[in-house]
Design a protein around this ligand. Sequence first.
Ligand code: MRU
Length: 341
Amino acid sequence: MIETIQWIDGAVVMIDQRRLPLEEKYVTCRSFQEVATAIRDMTIRGAPAIGVAAAMGVALGVLHAAESGLDAQMEEICATLAATRPTAVNLFWAIDRMKRVYASVAGQPIGEIRRRLVEEALLVREEDIAICRAIGRNGASLVPDRKTVLTHCNAGALATAGYGTALGVIRAAVEAGKRIDVFADETRPFLQGARLTVWELQQDSIPTTLITDNMAGHFLKSGRIGCVVVGADRIAANGDVANKVGTYSVAVLAKENHVPFFVAAPISTLDLTLASGEAIPIEQRAAAEVTHVYGRQMAPAGTAVMNPAFDVTPARYVTGIITERGVARAPYEESLRKLVG
Ligand code: MRU
């Protein structure tokens, strides 16, 4: 299994997802600031993986914090990590979880506080792998046999602590004996599909074909695609789903062609404080991601650029939301609340 993120000898080690698949290099973060930079520059990316990185970042920060003024330092550590990327709610979920643990050990010796925070960060990572496997188990039966699964971006082992959400469903379907193959959208501009999804599925020998984003409609119309499975960065109470930009177009084309469109995500990706997807903050990224490919300029100098990293798919396009606790179906206001409990 690919090791996306690990805690090794008091440091956070991540596979560098900016270099994949051409280079398999690991980055070691020795401070919370380095973890924050790694999240912002997408050394590590994908909602659940960002959550694990944030939890480990908090633990690392407190490990190196001075004993006096610990509360203020904890606040600074959390604020720095929270300011990295705005859309994936798992980031804030993980920071809140670490804050709760910190509050529960208030007044205890510093060694005990540090031990508990490291322990909790490791638990967040371990749980994430188990959650992905449960998502896979819950989703495998929804994948039609002898068909192609279309996916967008990378919601795989690289986007989680391991196994993946959308790719977890695909893995579980293959493990259950289904004879499926995968179409991976390349996912402009950061190319998570071309670089990461194809590489990751190749490691598992799952037959995968790369298509450009604008080919999705053509293949959805062809009858070849049995279902679409994607991940999510934040899901509102009404079932609207924020995911990698381009997901919305795929969902509309899927509905037009009567192809089921599934979202696979952990409960920690639900944000029931938001009534609809309109309130989900959408990250705007640097223009150079659009004008340049691998550092090479493709567009004229001075080109005006828009680069929203995510879009919101309205719930009416979503056939089901596959979580570790079961599959939610419309009306999502009810089914999601029921799953959260
Ligand atoms: O910008 P990224 O690469 O962090 O975006 C990732 C996605 O949009 C994934 O589909 C989402 O985080 C789900 S990952 C299991």
